[in-house]
Write a protein that binds this ligand. Sequence first.
Ligand SMILES: [Fe+2]
Ligand SMILES: [Fe+2]
Length: 324
Amino acid sequence: MYSQGLKDAEGQLEPAELMAEFQARIDREEKIEPRDWMPEAYRKTLIRQMSQHAHSEIVGQLPEGNWITRAPSLKRKMILLAKVQDEAGHGLYIYSATETLGVTRDQLTDELLTGKAKYSSIFNYPTPSWADIGAVGWLVDGAAIMNQVPLCRSSYGPYARSMIRICKEESFHQRQGYEIMTVLARGTAAQKDMAQRALNRFWWPALMMFGPSDKDSKHSEQSMKWKIKRFTNDELRQKFIDATVPQAEHLGLTIPDPELRWNEETGQYDHGEINWQEFIDVIKGNGPCNKERLQARINAHEEGEWVREAAEVYQQKQNQEEAA
Ligand SMILES: [Fe+2]
Ligand SMILES: [Fe+2]
């Protein structure tokens, strides 16, 4: 009876009956909850994916936070501040959801700060102009929505539930970005040019956000079977392209891909080859801003130490008072 199934953390085979029952629950679209039995590999996959997601929300504040004081009007500053604050909230929900799998927040933070854990490579690109904030909202939050809407139906309950609110906020983010782009694209020639250059910078990195091509994606198949993922990387990338190209046309901007064209037969856009070498280089730490981003997180963690200490002492005092 132990002859099939995946191996757990100690290299022991997971009991086949438990595995079969687990898969049957997933096939019935039941949610898996923190206290339920789950294969060790399922737990590990979720910890990896969810912590990577939480880290991305946190690091993702940096390229935009850079523009809060320089946004062109008080209204723009307020909108951007609210957006960046949402991303901090997303990070906190997802860290909490990840903790239900038996890791601590300290472990997760440590993995980020030591470079052991990854976050989305898109945040290792710079935002040199105001139009980049438009492009980030439109394309980066837009790609995030494509990825995250199916996660509202993820088989792991705490992850699925946290995604519902997050997706509502992401759709506001996408619209605020597109609205920035609309104003610039209808503005002066210099403003339109600034919008085009931001699109040129963010188009390809946004396509890379969906991860490696299906043929090179080592986690996809099992994650689909466990309904952690509902669509493959290439399927989501294609949906994103098909939704975004008409939006660029509406703005009168040009997608920086000379091979992009509508395919009558497939009813989808064909597109040029993605530069996967660039993707690998950025993941390996050699993107334009990797070092700067990580250093900013390390500094924030160190400078916030007194706050964490103060909160702990306050908690201890409260506990003592309650006990007395
Ligand atoms: Fe977010
Ligand atoms: Fe967002």
